[in-house]
Ligand binder design. Structure first.
Ligand code: SF4
Length: 350
């Protein structure tokens, strides 16, 4: 059978089938349409202004690596006039983040972008390794997500950037829509599809890959031979998102447009005015000064829980029979003191 020609240029041999449209196209046309669709997403939403300093949230994974590459390509091709930075957060996950950060450091050289790395250890006095050893693997992603969000804001503030872009793709957003429907979380449902979010006191944050399919991002990285890290986090049993993900994959297998259709459905949900008004009530956290709608911000609420747990461990350890080893008690006590001291002295930005 004669080789099939590209459905776009009608010239080169088609070597792939686009997961998003089913169209059979050549490699160069795939690169071009993928980049043009991201460019359209950026221009239609008016994401940037010339002269903006933009931090790319970089984990070393496929999404953020492709995002950095495409942002650099489009910035040069269309003269966006952006100053681009890589911003990485080190959650303190041995055997995972330490390796993926090596990839980010190579990307820094390959893409010629300044890089800033901030760690949970320096910001919060805790690593994810320590948090998981304290609370187990059940809610670890809740801690990690809250800490990362605030850490990115603090890193962006240190870099003096106007804007953070993240590699969230269409699959991630469709999963979040499904999760919010399953939880009945109408307030989040109304805003989880926003391409750009900004609190009163936070840095503008957007998702240029809002309409880019995960499978196409993987294809782009593969055919461009980009240098990215593909290992899953060792603490990733976010079971609830896992169910939404496999449900979405089933839907996509039956109808590829399901991902975009779910995003469009999410966009159509209107948030009532009174919910919007309630969301706007902002003040500052009494502990760290970060913006918060409660007396304590989410990160400090979680930190206080961790510290309370640590104190209880110390007390019960001290009340234990003499068989308990003194060295263990001293270690926990020192750890508590270090955590409290580092927390008090290392709040940056605010
Ligand atoms: Fe953090 Fe969970 Fe992601 Fe691992 S999977 S990096 S613990 S949010």
């Amino acid at each position: 059978m004669a080789p099939k020609h590209c459905g776009l240029c009608q010239d080169a041999r088609a070597i792939l089938k686009r997961p998003k449209t089913g169209q059979q196209i050549c490699k160069d046309c795939f690169f071009y349409v993928f980049e043009e669709e991201v460019h359209n997403t950026i221009t239609e939403a008016g994401l940037f202004r010339p002269g903006d300093r933009v931090a790319i949230g970089a984990s070393g994974g496929k999404d953020s690596t492709v995002l950095a590459y495409v942002m650099k390509t489009l910035n040069e091709r269309y003269n966006y006039g952006l100053e681009l930075f890589l911003l990485s957060i080190d959650e303190g996950i041995t055997g995972y983040r330490d390796d993926s950060l090596k990839t980010v450091k190579r990307n820094q050289v390959q893409y010629d972008m300044p890089l800033k790395i901030l760690s949970y250890e320096e910001l919060y006095g805790w690593t994810m390794d320590r948090i998981v050893s304290s609370i187990g693997k059940k809610n670890n992603c809740t801690f990690c997500g809250v800490f990362r969000r605030q850490a990115l804001d603090r890193g962006a503030c240190a870099l003096k950037v106007d804007h953070i872009v993240t590699g969230h793709n269409a699959d991630d957003i469709a999963e979040t829509v499904l999760m919010n429907i399953m939880r009945g979380d109408i307030a989040r449902l109304g805003r989880c599809t926003s391409i750009c979010t900004q609190g009163e006191d936070t840095i503008r944050r957007s998702k240029p890959f809002k309409y880019a399919y995960e499978k196409e991002i993987v294809m782009y990285a593969y055919f461009k031979k980009l240098d990215y890290f593909s290992t899953e986090c060792i603490y990733s049993p976010d079971a609830y998102r896992g169910h939404a993900r496999s449900f979405l994959k089933d839907l996509e297998a039956a109808r590829p447009s399901a991902i975009i259709d779910i995003i469009h459905s999410g966009e159509a949900f209107e948030v009532k005015e009174e919910i919007k008004a309630a969301q706007k009530t902002q003040r500052t956290c009494r502990r760290c000064g970060y913006m918060s709608s409660n007396e304590l911000c989410k990160a400090c609420t979680l930190l206080e829980g961790l510290e309370r747990r640590l104190r209880e461990t110390v007390i019960s350890s001290l009340l234990d029979p003499p068989a308990a080893r003194l060295a263990d008690k001293m270690l926990v006590l020192i750890s508590l003191i270090v955590t409290v001291l580092s927390r008090e002295s290392k709040i940056i930005c605010r």
